[in-house]
Ligand binder design. Structure first.
Ligand SMILES: Cc1ncc(COP(=O)(O)O)c(C=O)c1O
Length: 361
């Protein structure tokens, strides 16, 4: 007789649903469901990828020295305070494994990124969800849920899937008020899209209870390579490094991310194009009568009359070969999350939504 059982909490995990990438009956779909950069990665990153082919028989660096050095040089932060992971997903998971366990609590916000809850449950900890106000993080609601068991507090700033954000002053104020055993994790997956925002680098330099996490999957256009990183006090990083697998990042992943971060001109170009088209999209969706918050990211979140209308619009877009993201799993059933594509694609999306709404009348 076998009696194999997973650890408590594991079977409560809902399987993560990624953005769809295929549609039956369509050979050329337009995928706007995973917040990918429509312009792809920097050509210099692609060149590094091709070059790395000659080293595939070698194990990768365990210390990620060159990549950490590159991040440190470009963003002016100490390399010994950086940890790299298989996407920021892995950093989130390492954080939960390292700092939380049974009987302890991991806080995230109402419409927060799905991996916070998944990783907390996988670590045996209790996920605690905090209400947002108008789809925006509310720091007093977070403080109200803090107690002696709170170990981690995740805030995506800007947030996914809402696209909204709070100021660094608000984050700092929160960090100074949370319980002393808690670590505040500021997830900057979309930080590069925000003007005059460092994702929390200066804050981490000042406060030892804050960690910033970042990714190469969004503006760097490298979702397929799976590279993310985090920056925090030495004490936090040294604990995480003990749990991280020694060869977590492959030879190509390390080479590509290093080349990508050095190409900041490319990042700036992508940001300018994205932000222009994103603001145009928001204005156009509002002109169609849809409510839509300002977004600080590479996606927008129009809200429909109700869940049914959002579902029907999603189906209509699919029938035309466009895949966007339903966000009912994020407690936003009346909304659709649409990644900002290039200008032509975005114009097409707006005309299709207009056609759909006209057809509804
Ligand atoms: C807020 C946020 N954090 C983290 C991630 C994870 O990114 P990755 O694991 O690709 O670095 C995402 C991806 O969508 C995200 O939206």
């Amino acid at each position: 007789m076998v009696n194999i059982k997973p650890q408590p909490g594991i079977m409560q995990i809902d399987l993560y649903k990624g953005g769809a990438s295929e549609l039956e009956g369509h050979d050329n779909v337009v995928k706007l469901s995973s917040n990918e950069n429509p312009f792809g990665p920097s050509p210099k990153a692609v060149e590094a990828y091709l070059k790395s082919g000659k080293d595939l028989h070698r194990y990768p660096s365990t210390s990620h020295e060159h990549l950490r050095q590159a991040i440190s040089r470009v963003l002016d932060l100490p390399e010994e305070n950086i940890i790299c992971g298989v996407g920021s997903d892995e950093i989130i998971s390492l954080l939960c494994q390292t700092f939380s366990g049974q009987g302890e609590e991991v806080i995230y916000t109402e419409h927060g990124f799905a991996m916070y809850k998944i990783s907390a449950l996988a670590a045996g900890a209790n996920p605690v969800v905090v209400k947002e106000e108008n789809r925006t993080t509310d720091t007093s609601n977070i403080l109200n849920k803090c107690n002696q068991n709170t170990k981690l507090i995740f805030i995506a700033n800007p947030n996914n899937p809402t696209g909204t954000m709070i100021t660094l002053d608000q984050v700092q104020d929160l960090a100074t008020k949370i319980p002393k055993q808690a670590l505040l994790v500021l997830d900057g997956a979309y930080a590069e899209y925000v003007d005059n925002y460092d994702g929390g680098i200066q804050l981490v330099k000042k406060l030892r209870n804050v960690m910033m996490i970042r990714t190469f999957s969004k503006i760097y256009g490298l979702g397929g390579m799976r590279v993310g990183w985090g920056f925090s006090s030495k004490q936090v990083i040294e604990a995480l490094q003990r749990v991280r697998g020694p060869f977590n990042l492959s030879v190509p992943a390390l080479a590509v991310a290093e080349a990508a971060i050095y190409d900041q001109d490319y990042v700036i170009k992508c940001k300018e194009k994205n932000n222009f088209t994103r603001d145009w999209l928001i204005k156009s969706l509002r002109e169609l009568g849809l409510a839509c918050d300002n977004s600080f990211t590479n996606f927008v979140l129009p809200r429909f009359k109700d869940q049914l209308q959002a579902e029907l619009c999603d189906k209509y877009l699919q029938s035309r070969g466009f895949i966007v993201r339903r966000v009912d799993g994020y407690n936003l059933p009346e909304a659709l999350r649409i990644t900002v594509g290039d200008q032509t694609t975005s114009e097409r999306v707006v005309s299709l939504i207009e056609e759909f709404l006209v057809g509804q009348k």
